[in-house]
Design a protein around this ligand. Structure first.
Ligand code: C2E
Ligand code: CA
Ligand code: CA
Ligand code: CA
Length: 274
């Protein structure tokens, strides 16, 4: 009979093989998903802490695969990045949003935030797309671009960042504090907004080390006069803690889960009416 250790390692190998197989086999249908209209656009409201008003949204993609069912973005976004699909996907998202500006408050202070991969900066593509897809539609809202600390700093040339800002685009560092190089991104991007990752939010009231880091990021943003959006806010205790520290805005299940963009006007009317 097989020794237990061998049996376990065989099982682990089988599991890894199956997981890799699923990821590989997802890449093929992902290729066609865009043409077949299998992506849905969701948005999550961003709420100003003091006034409890919605000041913007983050767009979030959903893939409803007829074969696999709903595939979470944590699975298909990395695949799209690997298979040169992330730029077309983001372009599609921007075009869909540009066709639907009427869903949002006609207010330049309101922003629509889009997650952008640093590959989109190659050959000035992001700059061209912002001009041709977004600004050409004369939006009454402001565009915000979120870049994570997983971006390659070498992709983010300062010239293009400068030009984006000159066009009135806001820049945010997403998942701030999770990388090893947060301060380098701060320097390279000269952002308008820092988004604090939900792992730090979850630590409020529980984990002393991470809560200290949260406090330090809040102080850092305030000293640098950057706006802060704290992500993953789920409890009234977290809201109270962040309000006390004069945090600008929050995003999280406490106020709203991501919802289909077309449902946003009804959500907003109810949220501001209540
Ligand atoms: P992210 O940019 O950090 O987006 C925030 C994620 O946190 C979203 O997950 C959102 O649903 C989730 N979230 C929001 N509030 C809460 C909360 O209170 N509690 C908890 N536990 N989670 C919360 P989602 O929609 O599954 O997206 C996951 C990631 O996929 C995003 O993380 C982003 O990195 C990526 N992603 C989604 N859409 C796009 C896209 O269009 N382009 C790119 N490049 N990446 C995208
Ligand atoms: Ca984001
Ligand atoms: Ca984030
Ligand atoms: Ca995240």
């Amino acid at each position: 009979h097989l020794p237990l250790a061998l049996l376990i390692s065989l099982l682990v190998m089988a599991a890894v093989y199956l997981a890799a197989g699923t990821r590989m086999s997802l890449a093929y249908p992902l290729n066609h998903a865009l043409a077949r209209g299998e992506f849905a656009i969701y948005c999550q409201p961003i709420i100003h802490c003091q006034s409890a008003r919605c000041i913007g949204i983050e767009t979030l993609l959903r893939w409803n695969s007829p074969r696999y069912g709903p595939v979470p973005p944590d699975v298909f976004i990395p695949l799209a990045e690997q298979h040169a699909l992330i730029v077309p996907l983001t372009r599609y998202l921007m075009a869909q949003m540009a066709d639907n500006f009427a869903l949002f408050p006609q207010d330049p202070a309101f922003y629509i935030s889009v997650n952008v991969d640093s590959r989109h900066f190659h050959q000035q593509q992001i700059l061209q797309d912002v001009q041709q897809i977004w600004l050409a539609k004369q939006p009454s809202v402001t565009l915000m671009i979120e870049l994570t600390e997983r971006s390659r700093l070498s992709d983010l040339d300062s010239q293009q960042i400068h030009q984006l800002k000159a066009l009135g685009v806001l820049l945010a560092i997403d998942d701030f504090g999770t990388g090893h190089n947060s301060l380098s991104y701060l320097k390279a991007l000269n952002p308008d907004v820092l988004k604090i990752d939900q792992s730090f939010t979850a630590a409020i009231g529980t984990d002393a080390v991470n809560a200290t880091v949260t406090d330090m990021i809040i102080t850092l943003a305030q000293r640098l006069k950057l706006k802060l959006v704290v992500e993953g806010v789920e409890t009234p205790e977290q809201i109270a803690y962040l309000r006390e520290r004069q945090v600008d805005a929050v995003q999280g299940y406490y106020y709203a889960r991501p919802l289909p963009v077309e449902d946003f006007p009804a959500w907003l009317a109810q949220f501001h009416g209540a």
